[in-house]
Design a protein around this ligand. Structure first.
Ligand code: PMP
Length: 403
């Protein structure tokens, strides 16, 4: 076989297939109870509101909706984002909002603008896999910030001043983190921002799950405490629909022009039609009516999974019931490797994501992520029961005396 004369760039070596996508391929088998996905429930998509809004956009502004448009984004949508965030205590002007093709693109633009090869980039332990993928090709040196049940440790962040001088940013997910589901409480937020300020490390705050709270709304964002030192990412994927690929980036004035240039180079602008469609859907307080329905649905599923885990998991399993978002994060008893056990789990008809993929360094192989939003409560009961059985069988085999 003759190879064509391609010579991939060095950064291409840092582009890896997502472990999750590989697992999802296996789980598409009929009858599989998959707790592996990161997809929102399609039952939450506001199909009727979209259909009507699409018809109105195409009736009232067909040519503008189908024409090239400004890289910054559609002005009424930028206004909506700024107003929405001001309602949550973030002092934002519409001119600081950059509409992106999903918040995933925001991560890509941030990497291009802020990360040089070899430069330190701080992440949580564990962190969102998609951020590791977006930053990776810019060849940073990842610095993993140790954490506890309340999130990253301020002293670990501050220590980077010596341990990783010139750290370009700290990527942090305060609300219902993917993968752990953990919420950073207010006191820890205050300390973290102080630590970041003392260490001179800017924050990249990613908040796709903040509106999916089941017990109480989350405390104010980190960016609200340090607007000039923070970039903030938001998304319509979890509250409207992810197929729209619509998100936003809020940047301080000093950084906005560079991010805008990166956006221009990446895709000129996010789909004009989709932006107008969403701006039309969002008029007159739609989200205030819609998100409570998503929360009510997911809260039931969250409660079902918590009950099923309490019922089915063997002693020594550890987890915290998430107060929002889409995921449970488990730490299995000693002697269990979630990656090795996946094959047995899939053979018995369930799937999850082994936690190792979410670590920049030194993965904890006893961890795994379970999504609860795409299964019925009965399926959650059944799926978790199977997981319990797989774990017990494995632990029993460990205990059997070798002949
Ligand atoms: N950040 C986090 C933490 C996520 O979980 C996701 C989606 N799974 C994204 C960003 C990307 O979301 P989107 O591009 O759909 O806005």
């Amino acid at each position: 076989m003759t190879l064509p004369p391609w010579r991939p760039a060095r950064r291409a070596e840092r582009m890896n297939p997502s472990v999750i996508r590989e697992i999802l391929k296996v789980t598409e088998r009929p009858g599989m109870l998959s707790m592996a996905g990161g997809l929102p429930s399609p039952l939450t998509f506001p199909v009727e509101a979209m259909r009507e809004a699409a018809a109105r956009v195409l009736r009232d502004h067909p040519q503008a909706a189908l024409q090239y448009a400004a890289s910054e984004g559609y002005a009424p949508l930028r206004e909506w984002v700024a107003t929405h965030l001001r309602g949550q205590g973030l002092e934002v002007g519409a001119d600081q909002v950059l509409i992106t093709t999903g918040s995933q693109q925001g991560l890509d633009l941030i990497a291009k603008v802020l990360v040089d090869a070899g430069a330190p980039v701080a992440v949580e332990t564990p962190t969102y896999l998609g951020a590791l993928q977006a930053f990776g090709p810019c060849e940073p040196t990842f610095a993993s910030v140790a954490g506890d049940a309340d999130g990253p440790l301020p002293e670990a962040l501050e220590a980077l001043r010596q341990e990783a001088p010139g750290c370009r940013l700290f990527y942090v997910l305060p609300n219902f983190q993917n993968p752990t589901g953990r919420l950073i409480p207010e006191a820890r937020r205050v300390e973290l921002v102080r630590a970041a300020q003392r260490a001179g490390i800017p924050l990249v705050e990613d908040n796709p799950y903040g509106d999916l709270w089941y017990d109480a709304p989350p405390p104010p964002s980190l960016s609200a405490r340090w607007p000039e030192g923070s970039l903030y990412l938001g998304s319509f994927s979890k509250v409207l629909a992810p197929g729209l690929r619509l998100g936003y980036l809020v940047a301080p004035g000093a950084l906005y022009p560079k991010l805008l240039q990166a956006k221009q180079a990446a895709d000129l602008h996010t789909s004009s039609f989709d932006q107008r469609l969403v701006a039309e859907v969002l008029r007159e307080g739609f989200l205030e009516r819609h998100t409570p329905t998503i929360r009510a649905r997911y809260r039931q599923q969250r409660d079902a999974m918590q009950a099923a885990l309490l019922r089915s998991l063997p002693p020594g399993s550890q987890w915290q019931c998430p107060q929002g978002g889409m995921f449970f994060w488990l730490r299995l008893p000693a002697g269990c490797d979630a990656g090795e056990l996946l094959e047995a789990a899939v053979a018995q008809g369930i799937a999850y994501v082994p936690g190792a993929a979410f670590y920049a360094h030194a993965a904890d192989r006893r961890t795994l992520r379970l999504s609860f939003v795409t299964l019925t409560t009965q399926e959650i009961d059944d799926g978790v029961a199977v997981l319990g059985r797989v774990l017990r069988e494995h632990l029993d085999a460990l205990e059997e005396p070798t002949p």
